[in-house]
Design a protein around this ligand. Structure first.
Ligand code: HEC
Length: 180
């Protein structure tokens, strides 16, 4: 009886560990793809040649992306983070570990993703990251400092996220999933 019970407990444990690992394998790429392509298509839709770019444009592009990320983060175990060395919002400042991943993407342009596990407060997590590249539609707000809309200059006095060119590495998206 005792033995059967412990076998049952062991298999539930193995199954849930396997479940967590599978979730980490599929959630990471799926969420990263969703967020990266969402920002790209919103920027192409709302940053129009010749039109003024203002706070309302932001709300429809990186603002909408931020809202979606918050919604996912509040829903469950998966936590999505943006990280950049040249960041705009200080909450997105790369930690030393994230900066090392960004450096890898910078040195290896053919690298599409980096995943790994890490431990925090005694718990294990998986981290799936993908690089984010600058497109021409991003330049209205991440291009030359003079071109930066007034609301950005006012709201982000320590802004580092400008001066990019098309194709530059902007930072990473990181999807963190608990492993146990
Ligand atoms: C209309 C202006 C605007 C456009 C266009 C825009 N962004 Fe942003 N972006 C911002 C602002 C403002 C923030 C800071 C948001 C915050 O406070 O969290 C930001 C934040 C980010 C971040 C989070 C990291 C950080 O530095 O805080 C990334 C990554 C990013 N933008 C990438 C892009 C990419 C890639 C594009 C084009 C596909 C783009 N942005 C287009 C205004 C813009």
């Amino acid at each position: 009886m005792q033995k059967r019970l412990s076998v049952a407990i062991a298999s539930v444990l193995v199954l849930s560990l396997a479940g967590a690992a599978v979730a980490a394998e599929t959630d990471g790429p799926a969420y990263a793809e969703e967020i990266i392509s969402m920002r790209s298509s919103l920027a192409k839709t709302f940053v129009l040649p010749g039109a003024e770019v203002n706070e309302d444009t932001f709300k429809k592009v990186c603002g909408a992306v931020g809202k979606r990320v918050k919604e996912i983060n509040e829903k469950g175990d998966v936590k999505i983070r943006h990280a950049a060395v040249k960041y705009r919002n200080p909450v997105n400042a790369a930690t030393p570990e994230e900066a090392a991943i960004i450096e890898r993407f910078a040195k290896e342009p053919e690298l599409k993703e980096v995943s790994g596990a890490f431990e925090k407060d005694g718990k294990r997590f998986s981290r799936y990251t993908r690089p984010i590249y600058v497109e021409s539609a991003c330049l209205a707000c991440h291009g030359g400092a003079d071109a930066s809309p007034a609301f950005i200059k006012a709201k982000y006095p320590d802004d580092k996220a400008y001066g990019f060119k098309t194709g530059d590495l902007r930072g990473i998206i990181s999807v963190i999933t608990p492993l146990e």
